[in-house]
Design a protein around this ligand. Structure first.
Ligand code: IVH
Length: 665
């Protein structure tokens, strides 16, 4: 297939939209890279062809010298805050009084309040022109060079009726996974560790060099329109958002339209609170807007905030407490992580008594000692962190890395060139073995759904499983005789072990827990060598040929497969029947819920037919009524008699958020 330049640009932009906006990749990485290289070659040969909408134009070649000031044609407003349901309701009650109508007749549109920074993007005749921060609302800073690198920002609007002018306003943020990855990398390389995803996003947008922004996974989601000169007319805010989505922007997940009664606000808040931790990005509240644009205009704004929208904030995520002690936890690869033991404190709905401290460099950066008063932060489902020292304790004690492993007493060494310390005990260190097994069985690895952390720890402490290969030797009685377990749950564990045997080579490789080899590295290695024997036989030099594999990773892989213990474990696993299809082929669909019966009840955000299809694809039967044979009931909002019956019969029940989290939906 021979495409001309415009066709090639159009095709790659279409793939980008599918991948970065719709989360629905259309082609393999290899096909994408091939097309991108062809585009770059064409552009090098014919520089006169290069078009502003070409995906090659996202990252500028040189850093900018300074941030230019940009005046906003339409002021960028802020939002009034509400901290309770009553305050939310009162806000719209006041607006309704001013309009002489009942609040229950106001059309309300609710959107997750994304926790990033406000950015405005100007399009002229459909082409990306420039982007700026909010600044003081009147004048912001030109950050075009960085915003252009965000792949969910279209370079050209997807419409035949290109508006003369369109200013799209929205939030730039860093998804939770990208934030964790960035901080992990920063820790390894002694770089800057960010306190939360919002700081990471803001710090990235304020870089002079666009290559930095391009290397970090930022996203943009629109929430309003500033200047507009075009043919379309809108009567509703939600209609305007639909228009932006049709032009190629990403949609804010979980937006709802309803009428502003007290009950409806209550229900919406409960629903969003439940969903919050399952979302891929941080949200710090819900924005409620009157959907009708004429009503918005009639109400106007007061001191920089609209009178037609309010931000319902989630409860505070920070709290002050005292650092009582620091323990050192030994991870799967032997790395020691300092963990802060705290005077228990209530933050954002939970009592927190532990917080992570990352590493010793983080402790010195914070200037932290035992006995200090500290501020801790809890961000969504992310483990609480120590943010700063508020006041030094009177009898403050320094935090010292132990010389010997707290679990196996082997010596501790500092990993060369890194901030981390590691136990040298390897497989004789119980902490490392149990965590290795947990990692192996976890959802992202072999996905042995019914073999959870607690059960692994129990089986490990009883000496039933000592290595990952022992998982396949577990017998029904090994589990059925444990306290709190029965024959049925034991059978479920065995079934899920069986179902997990069909996997992918890259997944298996990641599950082995080879130091330095994560999800991405495993994919690259599996893709390159295509078979386990080839990987086992690969030399240090062979491994260096794999994209993104450096000397540290290469050495770690060679060391792992040269170890006789590891060779025996891998052989045992393969003999137990773990199989995979070719990396390029379709993975065999594992059926972890085979033989189980599930029931769906109540109002769910995920359409019922989708939830049913998901369960069926995992092997479950979905039944209409609850009985003793039911394995699990998913109860949405306002679940009634089926939920009661499940509770009476002692059947497992989960809410929608737990359901989505369990199956990564
Ligand atoms: S609407 C005039 N919608 O929250 C209304 N803002 O605290 C303009 N934000 O500056 C804002 N998610 O950066 C709106 N769905 C959303 C939002 C949102 C996040 C941010 C935005 C704004 C800040 C106000």
């Amino acid at each position: 297939m021979n495409l001309n330049y415009e066709q090639l640009v159009e095709r790659i932009n279409l793939w980008n939209h599918a991948y970065y906006v719709l989360d629905n990749p259309l082609v393999s990485d290899a096909e994408y890279d091939h097309a991108f290289r062809a585009l770059l070659a064409l552009e090098a040969e014919h520089p006169e062809l290069v078009s502003p909408e070409s995906p090659s134009q996202r990252v500028g070649a040189t850093p900018i010298a300074e941030f230019k000031k940009v005046e906003h044609g339409v002021k960028m407003l802020s939002l009034a805050n509400a901290f309770s349901l009553q305050e939310t309701y009162d806000f719209f009650d006041k607006a309704a009084k001013e309009l002489n109508i009942s609040p229950a007749s106001l059309p309300i549109f609710s959107e997750p309040k994304l926790d990033g920074l406000a950015i405005t993007i100007h399009y002229h005749h459909g082409l990306f022109s420039y982007a700026a921060t909010r600044g003081d609302g009147q004048v912001g800073e030109d950050v075009t060079h960085n915003i252009k690198t965000i792949k969910s920002v279209p370079l050209k609007l997807d419409t035949n009726a290109l508006p003369e002018k369109l200013e799209v306003r929205g939030e730039v943020f860093m998804p939770k996974a990208a934030f964790e990855k960035l901080n992990r990398l920063a820790q390894q390389q002694n770089g800057k560790v960010f306190v939360n995803p919002r700081n990471a996003a803001a710090g990235t947008v304020r870089q002079m060099n666009p290559k930095i922004a391009a290397s970090r996974d930022l996203q943009f989601i629109p929430y309003s329109v500033g200047e507009y000169q075009g043919e379309r007319e809108f009567t509703r805010h939600s209609e305007m958002i639909d228009y932006l989505i049709s032009l190629g922007f990403r949609r804010n997940p979980h937006c709802y339209g309803f009428l502003g009664s007290f009950e409806a606000f209550t229900e919406n808040y409960q629903r969003m609170e439940q969903l919050r931790d399952t979302l891929p990005m941080e949200i710090d509240g819900i924005v409620y807007k009157i959907d009708d644009l004429a009503t918005q205009t009639a109400l106007g704004f007061i001191s920089r905030c609209p009178k037609w929208a309010v931000a319902r904030k989630f409860p505070a995520q920070q709290a002050t407490t005292q650092l009582l002690a620091v323990d050192f936890q030994v991870g799967r690869t032997g790395v020691l992580t300092p963990v802060a033991r705290l005077e228990p404190v209530f933050v954002a709905g939970v009592t927190v008594s532990n917080a992570t401290l990352h590493n010793m460099d983080e402790i010195s950066r914070l200037g932290l000692c035992i006995g200090d008063s500290i501020e801790i932060q809890r961000a969504g489902d992310v483990i609480p962190k120590v943010a700063k020292v508020i006041e030094q304790g009177e009898d403050r004690q320094p935090i010292i890395m132990p010389e010997r492993c707290p679990v196996c007493d082997s010596p501790i060494t500092r990993i060369e060139g890194q901030a981390a310390f590691r136990c040298t005990g390897g497989l004789i260190c119980a902490a490392q073995s149990a965590e290795r097994i947990e990692h192996y069985a976890s959802r992202k690895c072999m996905n042995i759904t019914n073999l959870g952390t607690k059960l692994i720890e129990l089986l490990y402490s009883k000496g039933i499983i000592k290595t990952i290969a022992d998982i396949y030797k577990i017998k029904l009685d090994d589990i059925a005789t444990l306290e709190g377990q029965g024959e049925k749950s034991a059978q479920n564990v065995l079934d899920s072990i069986e179902a997990s045997k069909a996997t992918k080579l890259s997944t298996f490789l990641a599950a082995l827990g080879i130091p330095e080899v994560g999800e991405g590295g495993s994919k690259n290695v599996a893709k390159y060598f295509k078979s386990l024997p080839a990987i086992q036989a690969a030399s240090f030099e062979d491994l260096l040929q794999v994209p993104d594999v450096g000397p540290v990773t290469a050495k770690s892989i060679v060391d792992f497969f040269q170890d006789a213990n590891n060779q025996a474990i891998v052989a045992d696993i393969i003999n137990a029947g773990v199989v995979w299809t070719d990396e390029q082929g379709e993975p065999v669909q594992a059926q972890p819920l085979a033989g189980q019966t599930w029931v769906l009840t109540g109002t769910m955000v995920m359409p019922r037919h989708e939830a049913k299809a998901l369960l069926e694809s995992l092997g479950a039967k979905v039944a209409g009524s609850v009985s003793k044979k039911t394995d699990c009931v998913v109860a949405g909002l306002e679940a009634g008699s089926k939920l009661t019956k499940a509770q009476e019969l002692g059947v497992r029940v989960m809410n929608e958020a737990e359901f989505l989290a369990e199956f990564n939906a």
